[in-house]
Design a protein around this ligand. Structure first.
Ligand SMILES: [Zn+2]
Length: 262
């Protein structure tokens, strides 16, 4: 997450060649080659309070979370031996389809294929607190994050950076197709399943519905991809950032320790 940032916040990520893990809160310049619709969005977004998930700094960023890009071909030693031959693009049952909320299709040319899943990382979006449990509100928030990620500088993301999102009602939303590598932790995206909990958990608490959803979904993903609990991380455990916020970090530490996530 990018804390204290303004627009539709997003967390920190890393796309094919970019990473949103903002370590220093560097202001993100306005996109110069965006379609008109996107530019309008950014203007709108600039009036919103956004945060992304990757900065400890309290520096106020002008607009969107900072993406950081890494070499497209950068290998990940830890992911060199896939635990599954290929990652299916079909989300698990009970997960709301990407098509239910996304205003556009992914841009494959900006993303790398996801060849395996060997670790999982939890984020918050780091924007303003979000407690609305309605379906529509969550869909709108996801779309704002997707559009922010698509306009990231210096290189635009191919889609929202996370693979899944959990809303205040505990719903699970499919985001970036699993067939594509995520863009959510600087330098650590290969083999990394990205899950964002909508909201700002430095300013709000993880509610019961979200705790139940996190425990069930993470346990299921752990089993499906044979990812041990020891490889389920929070963003701040992988890079210097306040993401996923104090409340969510505390929950994750406890849930992994007491077996709630297993
Ligand atoms: Zn994050």
């Amino acid at each position: 997450m990018l804390e204290s940032i303004k627009p539709p916040g997003v967390d920190q990520h890393e796309e094919r060649q970019h990473n949103m893990d903002s370590l220093n809160g560097t202001p993100t310049p306005e996109p110069r080659d965006e379609p008109k619709s996107s530019r309008r969005f950014f203007v709108l977004a600039g009036s919103l309070f956004l945060a992304g998930c990757a900065t400890r700094s309290k520096t106020v960023v002008s607009s969107l979370p900072d993406p950081w890009w890494t070499p497209t071909t950068m290998p990940d030693p830890k992911a060199s031996k896939p635990k599954s031959p290929a990652v299916a693009a079909v989300p698990p049952t009970g997960v709301i389809a990407r098509s239910a909320w996304a205003g556009g299709n992914p841009v494959p040319s900006r993303m790398d294929a996801n060849r395996s899943i060997s670790r999982i990382t939890i984020h918050h979006d780091g924007m303003q607190p979000f407690t609305d449990t309605s379906y529509k509100a969550a869909a709108r928030r996801l779309e704002s994050i997707r559009r922010a990620h698509l306009g990231r500088k210096p290189q635009r993301f191919g889609d929202i950076g996370y693979h899944y999102a959990i809303d205040p009602a505990g719903r699970i939303w499919s985001c970036r197709p699993l067939s594509y590598q995520g863009a959510h932790v600087k330098g650590q995206n290969p083999g990394n399943l990205g899950i964002v909990v909508l909201g700002n958990y430095d300013k709000q608490s993880v509610n019961r519905a979200q705790q139940v959803a996190l425990a069930a979904f993470l346990s299921a993903q752990s089993r499906q991809y044979r990812v041990p609990v020891s490889r389920i991380y929070t963003h701040q455990e992988m890079s210097p950032t306040a993401c996923p916020g104090r409340s969510l970090q505390k929950y994750m530490v406890q849930a992994r320790r007491n077996g709630t996530i297993a």
